[in-house]
Design a protein. Structure first.
Length: 226
């Protein structure tokens, strides 16, 4: 036997001995680890499948609710959207809350609609677009009853230059100021609407109309142009 062959056999024996020692010490845990990995992969696939099926089921229920609205079955639709708002997947949960609020408005139940919009407006998981949309909708329902100070608290952060909701926020604040006798503040918001080149044409026309009313009412007579 050559020296090279001897060294190879000795090296192989040492490796086998080391492997036996490793198996004796860790063998069971190696098997458990392998099984855990397989179970983890299988569990993830099962979870993805379950989520997909849940989403499909929620989508069917949501469409069914929309159909009921179109058929005039408002009470039935409300029950569907209530259920989805409570236990549906996140996306359908928020969409169902919006549908519920709209149906409550249609039914003349502003208080319930405002509650839903306020909940969405403070829900950080809803996303900024939905949060701010809910703020606008809630504020529009509060316009007849809220003080100008409350409307400022709700909307002033959205009325800044560059915010995508600024046009609606400014219009609502201008209307609230006018309603509460704060003509200086009202004029300021409507002037800002006219100076913003991106203000939609229909809103611009309404701002011009309100400024004309302010002139007729003796604009600038109010206080508190915050």
């Amino acid at each position: 036997m050559s020296d090279d062959s001897l060294f190879r056999e000795v090296d192989e024996a040492v490796r086998q001995d080391q492997l036996k020692k490793l198996w004796d010490k860790y063998g069971v845990w190696l098997v458990v680890g392998a099984v855990s990995i397989v179970a983890g992969v299988g569990g993830h696939k099962a979870w993805v499948y379950w989520k997909s099926e849940q989403s499909k089921a929620a989508g069917s229920r949501f469409i069914g609710g929309i159909t009921q609205v179109q058929e005039g079955k408002t009470s039935d639709a409300i029950e569907v959207f209530k259920s989805l708002a409570d236990e549906g997947p996140a996306g359908y949960r928020n969409l169902s809350r919006l549908q519920l609020a709209a149906l409550y408005v249609k039914e003349g139940n502003k208080a319930e609609a405002i509650t839903i919009y306020d909940e969405l407006a403070s829900d950080s998981f809803a996303g900024s677009t939905l949060e701010n949309f809910a703020k606008i909708q809630g504020a529009s329902l509060k316009l007849d009853d809220a003080s100008f100070e409350e409307m400022l608290k709700r909307l002033e952060p959205l009325a800044i230059t560059g915010d995508p909701w600024r046009h609606s926020a400014r219009e609502l604040l201008g209307l609230s100021a006018f309603k509460n006798g704060k003509n200086d503040a009202a004029q300021r918001y409507f002037d800002v609407m006219l100076s913003d080149q991106q203000t939609p044409a229909n809103m611009r026309r309404r701002a011009e109309m309100m400024l004309s009313l302010l002139v007729q009412a003796g604009g600038g007579s109010g206080s508190g142009a915050n």
